[in-house]
Design a protein around this ligand. Sequence first.
Ligand code: KIV
Length: 272
Amino acid sequence: MYQEQPIRKPITVTTLAKMKRAGEKFAVLTAYDASFAALLEAAGVEVILVGDSLGMVIQGQRTTVPVTLEDMIYHTRMVARGCGTALLMADMPFASYTTVDQAIYSAARLMQDGGAHIVKLEGGGWLAETVYQLSRHGIPVCAHLGLLPQSVHKLGGYKVQGREETAARQIMDEALALQEAGADVALVECIPAELAARLTAALTIPLIGIGAGAGCDAQVLVSYDMLGITPGHRPKFSKNFLSGHDSLQAAVEAYVRAVKSGEFPGPEHCIA
Ligand code: KIV
């Protein structure tokens, strides 16, 4: 049985905005089923992400590209049953937001059939109109910038983004454009820590980082990576929190504490 936790108010995008303004960091982890979602929430995780990383860690695929909208709706629905107060973020899968109409359809399915509170999509300034229209239709959006795993075949691999000044400037400009278009939250993956810190300061919306240093407003990890379940190579920016703890709950609580105190990620988790 999970330990009883004090009842907390539901976390919303407004809660996250207030936390940013107060300089209070928040913790994000992925979940793909009800039991894990309940465990993460009980350990104090504020945002539960149903990531399309499920293609790799649940389905055993090599990339997130094969994940379908139906896959995402199924897992989001399972996670929604396990969580009561965490903000439930769901990924829009590959090619499910190629037009504004398709994006509204996909996001509405994730919210109506899956129970998501906010959707995440990968891309830059070219998504400004889509983000604007989603916003206008009452759909909260998280804009995922930097390394875009759905574009792995185009990028030629999972590579650090924004190392050169022009690429860094482009990520900065695109993040600001998506914020202007109505994004409620941004997420950056695998960019230099110094660029992520500058972005955190420039944006008024909260910035979640993965492989982007300690300067972000929040951190996210794939839960299977931070529990050492993912077979094979663990990314350098991740950490096995289960090692040294005797339960999943204790490991997730340690992650939440480390994110909130700014202890994780440390310099050893920096990739650029
Ligand atoms: O799919 C996912 O789990 C993600 C995180 C890696 C941020 O997008």
